[in-house]
Write a protein that binds this ligand. Structure first.
Ligand code: ATP
Length: 314
């Protein structure tokens, strides 16, 4: 069994009005991983997912799923793909269990009430199985969407902003469910605006902007490569200039010389080391600081920085 579950090469999509939503996307997804696709509004996330899930017809490039060319083998591969779309879509007057059963049937699977019960229980929907969907809260409706996508046991599951509009408690609950799916070996690709979500869940992260992938890497590697340390040393009396003995460090003065700011490091601990060295040098030279704060960058800082650096390429 190959390790690659999805291989996308040079994918392009130009919509009829001329909008280029995907501009040469290359992406390889490994079996069993959780991959988070991050990007601002209109970056092309939904178009990318739609291209793999058969809702968008790409205008260029190639997609292989489970080692098969999607364009040629769509009928065969769709059975193993699940999608939880961004927009809620179901018959609001129908009952929960009927919709989930129906969804399984849509993928050509034999009826399996035991499996339906298992899915509904895992999403805490079993007690609501006979409720009309319109009577459920927004968060519960979203769970029904997930139940529908899981009813046919897909190997590859897309979650397009699964927790948009969901409260914090329910979001954490969903993270736990996603974790349970990971345990079962399901490969999951999720799009999100919540960096916290990517940080919490994903093995790898991809950043997309204007239809181009800016970066794909292991989450920890991104933090190591692009992470930064920021430290602020504060003084009661302003420093006239950065002491010559600290000339080799990435420092500058702010607030009229009462705040010495360090921005540097690379996420490997270098930043913390340098901040400690700077503190030692100042202590040795009798430069008294009255306060010191340090902070490591989050994935969010990295994401924001990346989007402000359009020259960065994959
Ligand atoms: N059916 C369509 N016809 C024309 N343009 C479209 C269509 N669908 C999307 N677009 C455009 O393609 C670009 C990418 O949209 P897409 O929905 O893929 O982005 P996204 O990253 O999913 O955004 P969001 O985070 O807001 O959901 C946008 O400029 C959008 O307006």
């Amino acid at each position: 069994m190959t390790d690659t579950i999805l291989d996308i090469r040079g994918l392009e999509k130009t919509y009829k009005g001329g909008v280029k939503a995907l501009d040469g996307v290359d992406l390889t997804i490994k079996r069993g991983e959780i991959f988070a696709l991050l990007g601002p509004n209109g970056a092309g996330k939904t178009t990318l997912i739609g291209s793999v899930c058969g809702m968008v017809r790409p205008t260029g490039g190639r997609i292989e799923v489970f080692g098969k060319d999607l364009a040629k083998h769509w009928k065969q591969v769709r059975r193993d793909i699940g999608l939880v779309p961004q927009e809620l879509s179901f018959d609001m007057f129908d009952k929960v269990i009927r919709q989930v059963r129906f969804s399984r049937g849509m993928f050509g699977c034999e009826p399996d009430d035991a499996r339906i019960e298992e899915v509904l229980r895992s999403l805490s929907l079993w007690d609501k199985r006979d409720a009309q969907i319109r009577a459920l809260s927004g968060g519960m409706k979203r769970r029904v969407m997930i139940a529908k996508a899981l009813a046919h046991d897909p190997q590859l599951l897309f979650l397009d902003e699964p927790t948009a509009g969901v409260d914090v408690e329910l979001r954490r609950d969903m993270w736990r469910q996603i974790d349970a799916l990971r345990e079962k070996g399901t490969t999951i690709i999720l799009t999100t605006h919540y960096i916290e979500e990517a940080e919490e869940m994903a093995d790898r992260v991809g950043v997309i902007s204007k239809g181009r992938i800016l970066l794909v890497d292991e989450k920890d590697a991104i933090m190591a490569k692009l992470g930064r340390t920021e430290a602020h040393f504060t003084f009661d009396a302003p420093l006239p200039a950065i002491p010559a003995s600290l000339g080799e460090y990435p420092l500058h003065l702010e607030q009229g010389g009462t705040c010495l700011v360090y921005r540097g490091g690379d996420g490997t601990g270098k930043g913390k080391r340098e901040v400690a060295e700077i503190a030692q040098v100042m202590a040795r030279e009798g430069i008294v600081f009255t306060g010191m704060e340090t902070r490591e960058s989050t994935l969010e800082d990295i994401f924001v920085d990346l989007l402000h650096e359009p020259e960065v390429t994959a």
